[in-house]
Design a protein around this ligand. Structure first.
Ligand code: ADP
Length: 486
């Protein structure tokens, strides 16, 4: 196996074409880092209305999908380093306002939509005459690709050497559908059972990815351990334990061409030090009409508003939090109970609390630049990216000690460390860490030391891309030797 690989990365969202969360950031930046290492990497995602914000061109290729009356038309765009991005067009499935459904809901035909995407990925490779060594599948939306290769495509010579890696970005989203949807997958009946894609009486696209891929990984070493336990395995822990020798954890990287305060075109006054960050803080205070002075730290959250993100804990601790000398700006959309909580908080304390209930990338950069601290109280967190972005922006993370948050943030001890951590779902632990952070903020020299530690951290993709490349190579080599043994 040559050390230069042909890689197809398939995802439901890829920044800057389509984004609802961290998956898009990874799928949009890992490929360019792999290209820099000399690999021929290409990316594939659906063509949604939002993807047209980027320059794309039609490839005039119409692709038949074996189990569908619908056809796919292919478009092409580029990521940095000239990485080709293929967009699968089909108006029936993808010409919709949202990627998965209205915030907090799912489209009722998601099983059909993402079966279509998985088959379209396999058919597109052939139509493009791009025969990948490995298909890197991401989350449940692409979970059928490995099983298709082992069923519908297993007798097709063109596909016989393609290997698969399935990356778990969030085990909490499983693509589980009622058994009636099995026929939409086009899979042979033998895959409907418990050694196939059946999961507690339903079908699970995630389970398919977990059991039929050649190897698995997730997005931080700590989460890799956590998902093999009943507490955070979401019912998949048994499968993951069985596959533990094929499962690794690679901490996500940061794309510093997008997330760097010194070069950020989305903020009014780029900066590279704590003193120069103050203009961004003033701008943010103005933007949200807050009434605070320099002694009041400004905290922020930039997050999907879902149960995972620990907002229940903030609701529980809100009376205590309000008593502290702090302000908080929240940028987030999601479940209505969480939106109403933050909305009430800001209405009753407009001088110190604000909510922007929208998805706005520019605002995310401005809020991160203008805040003193970044709060992420997740109940579980596969990797979390924004806490790593926050470090570079001199915005001190205050995070629960789970998953990638625990791996990427070290507790500040007065000299070393980059942030403050607390036990997940633990009000007292949160309040204690908050008090320590607030005390540190009022001690100018300690604060400066802490901020500088964070700004000096380097989580660039270079290291993680090498780990992915080595993993791909291992998969290709191991799987090929298995094949010769048969
Ligand atoms: P997750 O993938 O679980 O949503 P991550 O921390 O891994 O969480 O990634 C979240 C990404 O989405 C970050 O790039 C963050 O800045 C962005 N993001 C989350 N909510 C919003 C929002 N309301 N507006 C703009 N960007 C957002």
């Amino acid at each position: 196996m040559s050390s230069s690989l042909k890689i197809l990365l398939v995802a439901s969202e890829v920044f800057p074409y389509a984004k609802t969360g961290g998956l898009a950031d990874v799928a949009g930046s890992l490929p360019s880092a792999l290209k820099k290492l000399g690999h021929d990497v290409r990316v594939l995602l659906p063509k949604y209305p939002c993807t047209e914000s980027q320059p794309i061109r039609s490839l005039n290729l119409e692709i038949e999908i074996p189990n569908s009356i619908n056809k796919a038309t292919l478009f092409e765009g580029r990521l940095p380093e000239n990485v080709p991005v293929y967009l699968v067009g089909n108006d029936t499935y993808f010409n919709r306002e949202h990627i998965y459904g209205e915030p907090g809901t799912e489209y009722s035909d998601n099983a059909e939509r993402f079966s279509f995407l998985s088959q379209a990925a396999l058919e597109s490779c052939k139509a493009l005459d791009f025969q990948p060594d490995i298909i890197h599948c991401n989350d449940w939306h692409t979970g059928l690709i490995p099983v298709y290769l082992k069923s519908l495509y297993s007798g097709k010579k063109w596909y016989s050497n393609i290997r698969t890696l399935f990356s778990i970005h969030n085990l909490g989203y499983q693509g589980n559908f009622s058994m009636e949807n099995f026929s939409t997958t086009g899979l042979p009946d033998r895959f409907a059972g418990s050694d196939g894609i059946e999961f507690y009486g339903k079908i699970s696209f995630l389970k398919s990815g977990l059991i039929f891929s050649d190897a698995l990984n997730t997005v931080s070493p700590r989460y890799c351990q956590e998902i093999q336990t009943a507490g955070l395995g979401f019912g998949m822990e048994g499968i993951l334990q069985q596959r533990s020798k094929d499962l690794t954890g690679i901490l996500n990287g940061v794309d510093y061409s997008v997330w760097n305060p010194a070069t950020d075109k989305l903020i009014a006054d780029p900066y590279d030090s704590l003193p120069k960050k103050q203009n961004s803080r003033e701008a943010l205070i103005d933007k949200f009409s807050l009434k605070i002075d320099k002694n009041t730290p400004l905290l922020c959250m930039i997050s999907r508003l879902s149960n995972q993100k620990g907002i229940d804990l903030l609701m529980e601790a809100s009376e205590n939090i309000k008593e502290e000398n702090l302000a908080l700006v929240v940028l987030g959309q999601g479940e209505s109970k969480y939106e109403s909580f933050f909305s009430q908080l800001s209405k009753s304390n407009p001088n110190r609390f604000a909510l922007a209930s929208t998805f706005d990338d520019t605002l995310a950069h401005q809020i991160l630049a203008g805040s003193d601290m970044f709060l992420m109280p997740s109940t579980y967190e596969p990797c979390g990216l924004t806490q790593m972005y926050a470090l570079k922006y001199g915005t001190v993370p205050l995070v629960s000690s789970v998953g990638g948050l625990d791996d990427s943030i070290q507790t500040f001890d007065g000299k070393t460390g980059t942030g403050f951590k607390f036990a997940p779902n633990d009000k007292n632990s949160l309040l204690l860490a908050l008090k320590k952070a607030l005390a540190c903020f009022s001690d100018k020299s300690s604060w400066e030391c802490l901020v500088n530690n964070g700004m000096a951290k380097d989580f660039s993709w270079d290291k993680a891309a090498i780990e992915y490349a080595n993993l791909y190579l291992d998969i290709c080599n191991t799987a090929s030797s298995h094949k010769t043994l048969q």
